[in-house]
Design a protein around this ligand. Structure first.
Ligand code: SF4
Length: 485
């Protein structure tokens, strides 16, 4: 495993290393950056990622393993498909650019930035030596400096950087396709530059990022969730490459905001290529990266006893049992000492989701109900409090009027008063609707098969749940649409 991202400062870097313990760091990649930007308010994830803690192993150690990720079979299949696309200097990719996307592909050089420079000055996979990240990034910079001057190059294994919460993270697109021009009708969304080309009635020549994925495109359709995830990851690459060009003093808009997505076609290994417009994702990732708190500030506020040392050794072990430096209880305690901001989206994006969800539910936190509900509650942070306000509990109202985040996080008495008024109105409307329901035969009510009845039952359970712990059915009913957004 490579070394950790560049250090923001000796003291902070040392503290992050101590948080992780004597194990190799996990590095950010486009997938983790995309996930981080989905929940920028979570300090827990920001600290763990900055320290390079293996969250999957941590979740396993505390007894809440993650339940997402690719199967080994899917990973192997994906690697084989990528190898096929990249064989012989990306021959299949070039063919797809020409035939399926109507690109005018010029003569070019193929450069593998992941392989050692040979003694003859050439580079390529044949050299077979993996280059360390700093060297690869430097070579990537030098190569794109030449591309900006007009060199026609197809770059394999480029290594880009992106600032994440004040630290430098490395990201690696599958391939950066050479500077090419579309010749067919229907300009790409990134084709807004290149005045010279436009004056000739041609599409401008842009640099395209190609992403190879193993999910199938069947009859021209792919799983929208997978396409969305690929688009967000690709947006991270586009952003990183644009920032590289900006740092070279070149126009960043040379990088197209359309990415080339290559997938297997139908049920075969035959590839197909599609252009995906990622402008919206670029804007979202860029905005969220800017909003991430600086890691220095987060680390400075941490209790000195916190650590996530996942190391296991045989010293002190009985018989052959491995001896973990930290017990599950110690690791869980450290987790609880860093603020989390659970949202249902975490379930598909963060390895610690099941631990954080249990924690949020046990605390009766409104976060467990999803962002839209939490925002609508206007600073009322607990489900207990929301239920008390809906029931017209005056003491809850006076307690909350002294604090709270306020509507839309604005804080203040006006926000919670308004939220309390809306909750009471919603409770009245609900009660009136229930009163107006035609009385069902006892046999139907007992079976509770009708979806409408079942839905009311779960909401009703929440309203009457005086313990403040969101019941599973109620949370699931509210959270599902949020989780799918
Ligand atoms: S699962 Fe937990 S640590 Fe991960 S982003 Fe959600 S709240 Fe943060």
């Amino acid at each position: 495993m490579p070394t950790s991202p560049s250090a923001p400062g000796t003291a902070v870097a040392a503290r992050l290393d101590a948080l992780r313990g004597p194990v190799p760091p996990r590095s950010h990649d486009a997938r983790t950056i995309a996930a981080l930007t989905v929940n920028p308010g979570c300090s827990r994830r920001a600290v763990l990622d900055a320290a390079g803690v293996d969250k999957r192993r941590l979740a396993e150690r505390i007894g809440s393993p993650a339940r997402f990720g690719q199967s080994p079979f899917a990973i192997t299949r994906g690697l084989m498909f990528e190898k096929q696309i990249k064989a012989d200097g990306c021959t299949q990719l070039i063919e797809l650019l020409r035939t399926e996307l109507a690109f005018d592909v010029p003569e070019h050089a193929y450069v593998d930035l992941g392989a050692e420079q040979s003694s003859g000055g050439t580079s390529g996979a044949a050299a077979g030596v993996v280059v360390d990240r700093a060297s690869r990034h430097q070579r990537t910079r030098e190569l794109f400096g030449r591309v900006a001057q007009g060199a026609a190059v197809l770059a394999d294994h480029p290594l880009l950087t992106l600032e994440v919460a004040g630290r430098t993270a490395y990201v690696e697109p599958d391939v950066v396709a050479l500077r090419a021009r579309r010749t067919g009708a229907g300009a790409g969304s990134g084709a807004a530059t290149g005045a010279g080309a436009e004056s000739l009635g041609l599409e401008p020549s842009l640099l395209y990022i190609a992403e190879v994925k193993s999910f199938a495109v069947i009859d021209g359709q792919a799983d929208p969730t997978k396409v969305g995830a690929a688009a967000t990851q690709s947006a991270v690459y586009v952003l990183a490459l644009r920032r590289l060009f900006a740092s070279l003093g070149m126009d960043p808009d040379i990088v197209a905001s359309d990415v080339v997505l290559v997938c297997p076609k139908d049920f075969s290994n035959k590839p197909t290529a599609h252009l995906v417009d990622v402008r919206r994702q670029i804007a979202a990732v860029s905005r969220q990266l800017d909003r991430l708190p600086r890691i220095e500030a987060l680390v400075a506020g941490l209790d000195p006893t916190i650590d996530f040392d996942l190391a296991v050794d045989r010293q002190g072990a009985t018989q052959d049992a491995p001896h973990p430096h930290r017990s599950a209880a110690e690791l869980s305690k450290s987790l609880t000492m860093i603020d989390a901001r659970y949202a249902p989206e975490c379930v598909t994006r963060c390895e610690l989701a099941f631990h954080c969800r249990s924690e949020a539910r046990a605390a009766g936190s409104a976060d467990a109900l999803g962002r839209s509900v939490r925002d609508a509650l206007g600073g009322i942070e607990s489900i207990d409090e929301a239920l008390a306000l809906a029931a017209g509990d005056a003491s809850a109202a006076s307690r909350l009027s002294g604090g709270g985040r306020g509507v839309n996080g604005g804080g203040g008495r006006g926000g919670t008063d308004e939220a309390a008024r809306l909750l009471r109105a919603a409770a009245r409307a609900y009660d009136e609707a229930v009163d107006m329901l035609p009385r069902m035969p006892d046999s139907v009510a007992a079976g509770a098969d009708a979806p409408f009845t079942a839905g009311h039952a779960s909401v009703g359970t929440q309203r009457s749940n005086a313990s403040g712990t969101a019941d599973d059915a109620g949370v699931a009913a509210t959270a599902t649409p949020e989780a799918q957004s």
